[in-house]
Design a protein around this ligand. Structure first.
Ligand code: ZN
Length: 396
């Protein structure tokens, strides 16, 4: 890329509003990964695309980026799907992980340095549960273990009643008899016959959802000095509560430090007027689009044409617009002489730095491509190709 100043990245933090990211030497990011049973629909793709742009930008700004993502490869929905299809759960998980990784590669979403499976992390999750136990925040209901969250509920993002309702909709069990507080999350679940389990000092079973992410993130990203431990925790907006809230409280209880400086969430993608979800049956899969002949760069462009923090629709018109805009920009980039690139590249950098304003970045790129057809004056198409490749991940 030509001499460009990379301003500090500004992102809209879910708890704090618009924030400038600090320019330390290192940027530590943890993004919650998939549960591998329905990958990769466009909602997943939009989320990982947003954090890919952050990863790319921070690297271009000369920061060392440490980026970890988990895979929740043992979880209720995965086991239910495997049961329904009469398939071994681990075979299903591995095939979906492979599909996810090939979809990510097709969309040019850079992989994290560490891609950690929960099933490979049982030891470190057990050690993390030990810390909760040592600090007195662990208790048993029958043979299951819970995190006692009551001391950590001051910053609940919703009223207690609303929180309980959402907790229940997203895998929690607020009404279980014997719990100290309805919002206490499960951290270790005793084995249910026929389900996978692992030996631990807490019995034969498997971990709860929130503690998996905290244990993995702290294992791979904690330098044991910093507080908060990581710079950014990311994921889809459906993870704000309870997942990210509980993860941060579990870290406070276990380690006495804050988990993340920033929490950033990507909005949901809808199709046919509703949020894309397995329960609505309206998932659009990346692999299906690619099989149907859609260029992955067109998918990428289509997802970038809306702002990552605005819930938005995927539809045929959006796809057609993305196809024609990609074709226009490609035709300009295929010529040697184009419009000057200086101002364009500055605008693209500033747009990405400004809370990933990709709609503006793509609009500028289209304007530049149109102008390049009318007024080709300099031999700079290679500069633009390289800039949009490294900054936006668009190989056109
Ligand atoms: Zn997570």
């Amino acid at each position: 890329m030509p001499e460009v100043v990379f301003p500090k990245m500004r992102l809209k933090d879910t708890n704090q509003g618009m924030c400038d990211l600090e320019n330390g030497k290192e940027f530590r990011m943890y993004v919650c990964g998939i549960t591998p049973y329905d990958s990769t629909h466009l909602g997943h793709a939009a989320t990982y695309l947003a954090f890919d742009l952050i990863n790319r930008y921070q690297r271009l700004s000369n920061l060392k980026v440490s980026f970890v993502e988990n895979i929740t490869d043992v979880d209720d929905p995965l086991l239910e799907r495997a049961n329904r299809d009469n398939q071994d759960w681990s075979v299903l998980a591995n095939s979906q992980i492979e599909l996810f990784q090939s979809d990510m590669a097709a969309l040019r979403i850079l992989p994290p340095e560490q891609f950690i499976k929960v099933t490979d992390s049982m030891q470190l999750i057990e050690s993390f549960i030990d810390r909760l136990d040592e600090n007195g925040f662990l208790y048993k209901v029958d043979s299951d273990l819970y995190f006692s969250a009551e001391k950590f509920l001051e910053d609940l993002p919703f009223s207690v009643d609303d929180s309980i309702k959402i907790f229940s909709e997203r895998g929690g069990d607020p009404t279980r008899v014997g719990k100290k507080h309805p919002l206490d999350p499960l951290v270790w679940s005793a084995n249910v016959a026929g389900e996978p389990g692992w030996d631990s000092k807490y019995g034969y079973g498997r971990p709860g959802w929130h503690i998996e992410c905290t244990a993995i993130a702290c294992e791979y990203l904690d330098n044991e000095k910093s507080d908060p431990i990581i710079d950014l925790q990311g994921g889809g907006s459906d993870l704000i509560f309870p997942h990210h809230f509980m993860s941060s409280q579990i870290v406070k209880a276990a380690l006495g430090r804050d988990f993340a400086t920033h929490y950033v969430h990507a909005a949901m993608i809808g199709f046919g007027g509703e949020k894309m979800s397995k329960s609505k049956g309206n998932l659009v899969f990346v692999s299906t689009l690619i099989k149907d002949g859609v260029d992955p760069m067109v998918i990428r462009w289509g997802l970038l044409s809306g702002h990552f923090q605005v819930d938005r629709e995927w539809n045929v018109d959006l796809l057609k617009t993305a196809q024609s805009e990609v074709a226009l920009v490609r035709s300009s980039l295929s010529r040697s002489d184009v419009s000057p690139s200086d101002l364009l590249i500055k605008d693209l950098v500033n747009a990405v730095a400004d809370n990933l304003d990709t709609p503006f970045a793509l609009k500028r790129l289209v304007e530049w491509a149109q102008d390049s057809h009318v007024n080709p004056s300099v031999n700079e198409s290679g500069l633009v190709s390289r800039a949009i490749d490294s900054l936006l991940g668009l190989a056109l």
